[in-house]
Design a protein around this ligand. Sequence first.
Ligand code: ZN
Length: 479
Amino acid sequence: MSVSLKKLKLKVYGLSPALIQDVLLSLEGRRLIKERFGVRYEDLTALWDETQWYSTAELEELQNEKLRLIVRHAYETVPYYRRVMDAAKLTPGDITTVADLQKLPVLTKDDVRRNMKDLISTTAGKGLLEGHSSGTTGSPIDILYDKNTAVAHNAAIWRNRRWVGFDFGTHPYASLLGRVIVPIDRVRPPFWRYNRPWKQLFLSSFHLREENLPCYFDAMDKYDVQALQAYPSTAYILARYLEQKDAYFPLKYVFTSSETLLDIQREVIEERFRCRVLDNYGLAEKVAYAGECQCHEGHHLFMEYGVTEIVDEDNMTVDDGEYGRMVCTGLHNLGMPLIRYDVGDVSAYKRTRCSCGRGLKLLEPVTTKAEDIVVTPSGRFISSSVLTHPFKPMNMIERSQIIQETPDRLTIRIVKRPGYTSRDTEVLLKEMYARVGDEMRVDVEFVKEIPLSRNGKYRWVISRVPLRFKKNAFKNLYE
Ligand SMILES: [Zn+2]
């Protein structure tokens, strides 16, 4: 869908009454079913149901086969790779296994930004879809992918959920993610909308005020929600509330993604929702997907979806058990192949095998940058993950950081790229106010660089305001 059409749709949605919004969401849901399911989805699902039981060696052979196709396709139709491989005096015949990938240079986010056009296959045509990386590094990036990749990604999501008996369309579930579902100035429920074809209750992440929370649970009850899809931080807000009320809300599963799941979060969420948390790792760039299974012994890397190398500072593979940077190669995107793409996260392969018996290798939990929670003056809790959304289209931002010193003020620090204009600031502020509302003042501060925190970690959001439910105040987690 073109960008302007997307914007128009969002605008129409924003101005429509609740009932019409339900209809619009359901229409969009139907369109997405066409885009992401169908025959190819069924085929891939059937295939992956078998391959997951292959031995690791067989899966690696499968990866090598797919890799050879991708590398040849990239060499023949993608100007960037033709250039890089010619310069290194390599032909597709030199890269026939995953181990051979080390002959190729790593593709950084900067490389992608600078060579955007040259990374698109000459065979791609007009039907490419757009993805924005979630920008928790404060440095967003756009990538394009073809329809097959959209299907493969969807097949990965639902394979992971089917592992715990949760298939598409079988049970209603709730999503508490970054999308603006109802207007920010809305003070009375409903703070949710229903996507009927998906049996999906969209909950607003921007109205999580203590007095509103009981009606969130009422809504989940009314729609007979069996699972919750959320960021660890948004699920944690609900779980902490239940804890404070000494209440429980039994579900079949809580599906988390997009942030590092902290042990304390898992503990409280599992206790209060009386179920296990199924954590997964995926990327907007669609080069890697990993998810826990019912045994919860690590994150199975979906080896049919992409190749993940764990590398040291020289971009050489490290031994299993050792931590390193994740460098990933997608095995499905022929529209804009990403080969040895440095995703900016850190993990390690586990030396152990999962007792479920699947041959898919296990990854340690991926450590991304720490997340934090912003608390507004009226007591709304806003996960930093949902605040990444205004930043996604901001290509002219090199790095960013959000600081909350007092309840009513946010400061956005920005390291500009050449080409950044005051129009970028305007758009960013408008999108921020659409999420935090007018109860907070948002300032932009331009800086030359953003220092790391004391432990050497980069934190995108730093809030110094404690999480305060009526009785207890919880320290913000990362202080
Ligand atoms: Zn397993």
